[in-house]
Design a protein around this ligand. Structure first.
Ligand code: NAD
Length: 358
């Protein structure tokens, strides 16, 4: 039976974040600091984006209290403590996170502990800037928390700042964003608005990513990809995720695999698995890709973009397949097609081999 997009009853909570979108929107940063009633911002970045963070800080003059360019993947608590010491030493009263999920995670970790305001200038498509979710690592264990202080107050999306994101990273980061939207389509707590946003986000990335592969500085495609990533990130923050995110969390966290690439490889396989319990909800994705199923459509799309297709290529050991399946099925959780240990093991093996879903 085909399910209606309009679920019989639902709850919709709109995100209170303020979004500034458009080429050159970074020029409005000083105005935004003032709008929040702040005057001394600590600029955060990864070591790789340190120069850009310093340039940004100089452009702010006295509104910038300093730069901390030590952000790293998975938000380790010891780095957060170093950044908080810098926050206090510089007498900062807000943070500006310039970068992707790693830098945004650090800003969120500081805000969670201090209640400070965050302005994010997002430069990847991962979507963390519009969620109230923080994943932190301590003693090798990654835990995820949600909370009102975690959601950044203001997000600046300036497509010009994404032209330097290498094509390979743009592709995997874009597929990471699509994964949020695909899972939102069959989320237990979805609603008509999240479905609309998810489909629009997938459509925007479907158009933009092939154009970025052809020309990394195609500003129209960069704008479209960033628009899509905003929508996909927004739905990640609004509804619950299921098998795909659980598996990425397990494989990424327990086996130290790269975040966006792991999402990119697993998405066609988790979609193909779940499609057997949600073919109607995923049909718009299959239709968009003009494919027999959404799983096949996503696989062929990723292959056409030159994305990594197998966990083996990412360095995942064949001998870890059973353990990963065991970890991913430890706690029962909602998925439209129930989580069956043998089925999950087969899914991970297919992703490890990189074979096209059936
Ligand atoms: P990232 O932030 O780790 O960035 C990867 C590298 O690319 C970094 O060196 C960064 O400095 C560089 N980079 C970023 N933008 C660039 C640009 N425009 N040009 C050149 N280089 C650029 O990558 P990511 O995939 O955005 O984030 C991954 C992290 O985010 C993971 O830890 C993941 O768990 C987290 N995440 C969290 C959420 C959430 O809602 N909490 C959502 C998505 C991802």
């Amino acid at each position: 039976m085909e399910r209606s997009i309009v679920t019989p009853s639902f709850t919709f909570i709109s995100s209170p974040a303020r979004i500034l979108f458009g080429c050159g929107s970074r020029a409005r940063l000083a105005e935004e600091i003032g709008r929040l009633g702040r005057s001394r911002a600590l600029v955060l970045a990864t070591p790789f984006q340190k120069t850009e963070a310093e340039t940004l800080a100089s452009s702010l003059g006295p509104l910038a209290a300093g730069v901390f360019a030590g952000a790293t993947m998975h938000t380790p608590v010891d780095i957060t403590l170093q950044a908080m010491a810098a926050f206090e030493a510089h007498g900062a009263d807000c943070v500006i996170s310039l970068g992707g999920g790693s830098t945004i995670g650090l800003g969120k970790a500081i805000a969670r502990r201090t209640g400070t305001d965050q302005i994010v200038i997002a430069t990847t498509y991962a979507g963390s800037e519009v969620t109230n979710i923080l994943g932190e690592t301590e003693n090798g264990i990654k835990t995820t928390v949600r909370g009102p202080d975690i959601l950044p107050e203001t997000v600046i999306y300036d497509p010009e700042l994404t032209c330097g994101l290498p094509v390979a990273m743009s592709v995997t980061s874009g597929l990471n964003a699509m994964a949020h939207a695909v899972e939102a389509l069959y989320a237990q707590d979805r609603n008509p608005i999240t479905t609309m946003m998810a489909l629009e986000g997938i459509r925007a990335l479907y158009k933009a990513l092939p154009a970025i592969v052809v020309a990394a500085d195609d500003i129209t495609a960069r704008s479209q990809a960033l628009y899509g990533s905003w929508l996909c990130g927004s739905v990640l923050g609004m509804v619950s995720m299921a098998l795909h995110h659980k598996l990425c969390h397990t494989i990424g966290g327990s086996f130290d695999m790269p975040h966006a690439e792991t999402h990119a490889v697993l998405l066609p396989h988790t979609t193909a698995y779940t499609e057997r319990g949600a073919a109607d909800l995923l049909k718009p994705v299959a239709d968009l890709f003009a494919a027999p199923t959404a799983g096949i459509g996503l696989y062929d799309f990723a292959a056409g973009l030159g994305a990594p297709l197998s966990l083996a290529r990412l360095g995942f050991a064949e001998s870890d397949i059973d353990r990963a399946a065991e970890l991913a099925t430890l706690n029962p959780y909602y998925n439209p097609r129930p989580i069956e240990p043998e089925g999950i093991k087969t899914l991970i093996r297919k992703a490890w081999e990189g074979t096209r879903p059936d």
